[in-house]
Design a protein around this ligand. Structure first.
Ligand SMILES: CCC[C@H](O)CC(=O)SCCNC(=O)CCNC(=O)[C@H](O)C(C)(C)COP(=O)([O-])OP(=O)([O-])OC[C@H]1O[C@@H](n2cnc3c(N)ncnc32)[C@H](O)[C@@H]1OP(=O)([O-])[O-]
Length: 731
């Protein structure tokens, strides 16, 4: 018989099953999937055992199904009541086999999939395969021996890199690192069978990775110290990357069996941390937002997108430049329009150099010839989709949309990148409002992963599907949202920043607020972030909303707008010409305009003291807990209002927006998930408390959806949609 093949079935649902899946029948799909996963392991154990005991079988090949070796353990299966044979003894039995076992790796070998392959004696990969140990991104570590075998195979520094970042490597890099023994462009299983037969009967003593001594780098302690410091800094409170370093250290310093014990201990800590739950929630949320639905019932599974091969960008300011870069990098032909000649030249240079830098990093040619530049809007006549990114001025945008309607071929999808204006008003200016959607990119658009796709009451599902498909192609986390002021992300930012300004009035400093938020895990505190983004942006928005009008310098009335409490602090800072990093001062001071290193500013502190004195405010001591509760719960409360209003379809949409666009720490799962972890009753109680203390702040008044969820026993986050649905059906 020669070689025998053992197939690893993928835990990913087949496409047809995936299509039928929705939130309501989540449970009914979960159970069979768990059972299937256990059955897969049982199948491997049984087949390997049979093959090893059959004298006619000389070697064994383990391969996947449908072109995928194995994406790793089924995350949904993790829990106290896991059924079926455990992974570690299964991999040990394979490694201990007295006949060669060869992994035929096609598609992906990730997590437990790669750990299984590392238990095999040889690994043959297809040239298009990707390999990695991404457990860290799910709040875990490779706990089926991966953290102990990989350093023994490829050395400590390379293993640390792969395990602490979770990055996937190509087959070519895997070969270079020594993870695989051979790469093929042909049929991988055939190559593996041929190989398995060629090594049949040979000694396997040198092929069992767990028996290898771990290569010892010089200055082991210094290396781990340096790596640990770096990892702690970038982890921003996430535990898994730190545990990964500790596990690799165990591989480098302990015998294999003791290292395995350490791996198990560390995994147990991660498992019960809550961070793993948050990260796994975000993994599924990222996929759930792709299954979008509009209030009409039309959605991802009923709407066909229009093909987009050629797109146009109108307006080449910072945003337009970033969008142009992102489109060209996606492989589209782009027409870039800017009416001002000087700005067009400047933008062309900036776009080209960004593309050149990116291409150099990736070792490819820059896609410069995919872009044609023009001052004439007629050049967009044959494009499939237009993204308007001109200055935030309704009159100007309306003019552009009217021109586009006259110039574009029928069916061209018209997108606006507005972040503050009413896209439905824009749509009403075109003869085909069904073709208008918002594509709200985040700056810099070629770097930031988030895209809000905004529909108005007249947007067609096809236009939404087209924008979503383009977002996907561009590698964006794309979320469909309804039309309202600030959409989802910026709308929730309003109460967040308002609370931060109030805290300054009450005695806090920008440093205190930022420290609390950064210790929580935000990549940047609110004040450092607004210095980076530019304070003038918000000032302009507040002015256009009739808020930032100069009033008398002191007295209660200066702190009231439209009958509610208002803090003019940010406006007063702007009146001083302090717009943040670009002017060399804002909430902090900088060495020079454009510098990024924020330093405490004595001027700002004395300004705050004078401001408080002028308004009869007495500074009190404010702790981190209050900063977090005031800023985050006010934001979360607005999130519930957004759900109540139907602007976002579910909590996952809000959480993906915050994790991918607003620096929310991923290991805390997004604001709505965080609220569920804190406990909705507690969030409600604290909001009631703060609203009582600040009755003139509407954002602190708990919204009815939150109250309703608490009244219905605070269901877990994946059940909120049912309550929202009921709420909407009663309206
Ligand atoms: C003891 C410790 C052992 C071990 O160390 C722990 C692990 O292995 S931890 C694991 C380490 N492994 C990883 O971290 C790999 C994570 N997975 C991936 O990176 C990608 O899914 C993969 C590259 C495999 C395929 O990409 P693609 O082709 O673009 O497809 P896609 O991404 O759209 O997914 C299709 C469907 O499969 C679903 N699903 C996927 N993976 C899992 C999972 N592990 N579980 C459950 N479900 C999973 C996914 O939700 C989606 O379902 P739906 O209902 O349609 O939304």
């Amino acid at each position: 018989m020669g070689a025998v093949m053992v197939r690893v079935e993928s835990h990913q649902r087949p496409v047809e099953t995936r299509k039928r899946y929705n939130e309501e029948d989540r449970e009914s799909h979960e159970r069979p999937q768990e059972e299937r996963s256990a059955a897969v392991r049982q199948g491997i154990v049984d087949k390997v055992e049979t093959a090893l005991s059959d004298p006619k079988v000389k070697s064994v090949v383990i391969c996947g199904q449908n072109g995928i070796f194995c994406g790793g353990a089924d995350i949904k299966e993790f829990g106290p009541k896991m059924s079926g044979p455990p992974l570690i003894p299964m991999i040990h039995a394979i490694e201990a086999a007295n006949k060669p076992v060869v992994a035929a790796i096609e598609g992906s070998a990730l997590g437990g999939g790669l750990e299984l392959a590392l238990g095999c004696h040889y690994r043959i990969a297809h040239s298009k395969a990707r390999l990695g140990l991404p457990e860290v991104t799910l709040g875990l570590l490779p706990a089926a021996g991966g953290s102990q075998r990989l350093p023994r195979l490829i050395g400590v520094p390379a293993a640390l890199d792969l395990i602490t970042t979770g990055r996937h490597v190509t087959a070519a890099e895997a070969l270079q690192l020594g993870i695989v023994d051979q790469v093929t462009d042909n049929n991988t299983v055939d190559a593996a069978v041929k190989f398995a037969l060629s090594v049949a009967g040979q000694s396997l003593d040198a092929r069992r990775i767990s028996t290898y001594p771990c290569p010892q780098p010089s200055h082991l302690d210094a290396l781990f110290e340096e790596v640990m410091q770096k990892v702690r800094q970038s982890a921003r409170g996430a535990m898994a990357p730190v545990a990964c370093v500790q596990a690799v250290r165990a591989a480098a310093t302990l015998p294999y069996t003791q290292g395995l014990e350490r791996e198990k201990e560390l995994m147990a800590t991660l498992f019960t941390s809550g961070q793993a739950r948050a990260l796994q929630y975000i993994f599924f949320a990222q996929r759930a937002v792709g299954r979008w639905r509009m209030p009409s019932g039309a959605g991802w599974d009923t709407s066909k997108h229009r093909p987009v091969n050629k797109a146009a960008v109108i307006g080449l300011g910072t945003m337009g430049q970033g969008i142009t870069v992102a489109l060209a990098q996606t492989g589209l032909s782009v027409v870039a329009i800017e009416t001002q000649e000087k700005q067009l030249m400047k933008a062309k240079q900036a776009v080209s150099s960004t593309l050149e830098r990116g291409a150099k990093r990736r070792g490819v040619a820059p896609p410069l010839d995919r872009i044609s530049y023009s001052q004439n809007i007629q050049a967009v006549a044959d494009v499939d989709l237009v993204i308007e990114a001109v200055f935030e001025d309704m009159g100007l945008k309306m003019e552009v949309f009217q021109q586009l309607s006259a110039v574009c071929k029928p069916g061209t999808v018209l997108c606006t990148n507005t972040s503050a204006l009413d896209m439905d008003q824009l749509a009403s200016e075109t003869p085909n409002p069904e073709l208008v959607v918002g594509m709200h990119f985040f700056s810099p658009a070629h770097v930031m992963k988030l895209l809000e796709v905004v529909y108005g009451p007249r947007s067609s599902p096809q236009a939404v599907a087209t924008a979503m498909q383009l977002g996907k192609k561009m590698g964006k986390a794309s979320v469909v949202v309804g039309n309202c002021r600030g959409f989802v992300g910026n709308r929730m930012l309003m109460p967040y920043s308002e609370q931060a300004f109030f805290l300054l009035e009450e005695g806090a400093t920008p440093e205190l607020v930022d420290r609390a938020l950064e210790e929580f895990g935000f990549s940047m505190g609110l004040f450092r972030m607004s210095d980076l983004a530019g304070l003038d942006v918000g000032w302009r928005v507040r002015k256009s909303a009739g808020l930032a009008e100069p009033r008398e310098a002191s007295g209660q009335s200066a702190r009231i707008r439209k009958g509610y409490r208002y803090s003019p602090i940010a406006d007063l800072i702007c009146e001083q010409g302090r717009f943040g990093q670009k002017t060399g001062s804002g909430w902090y001071q900088y060495d020079k305009p454009g510098s990024r290193v924020a330093r405490s500013d004595p001027w700002l502190h004395s300004f705050l003291e004078q401001y408080r004195a002028r308004h009869g405010l007495v500074a009190r001591s404010i702790d981190h807990q209050e900063v977090l509760e005031r800023c985050l719960y006010a934001m979360i409360n607005e999130g519930f209002r957004i759900l109540e209003d139907g602007i976002a379809a579910g909590p996952e949409d809000i959480d993906v927006i915050y994790v991918f666009g607003y620096g929310w720490p991923r290991h805390r799962g997004g604001p709505m998930f965080y609220a569920s972890m804190v406990g909705l009753a507690k969030v409600l109680e604290r909001l009631e408390h703060y609203h009582q203390a600040h009755p003139d702040v509407p954002y602190l008044q708990p919204c009815s959806l939150l109250k309703r969820l608490v009244a219905s026993g605070s269901p877990p986050v994946h059940r909120w949609r049912e309550v929202i649905k009921k709420l909407h059906s009663q309206l």
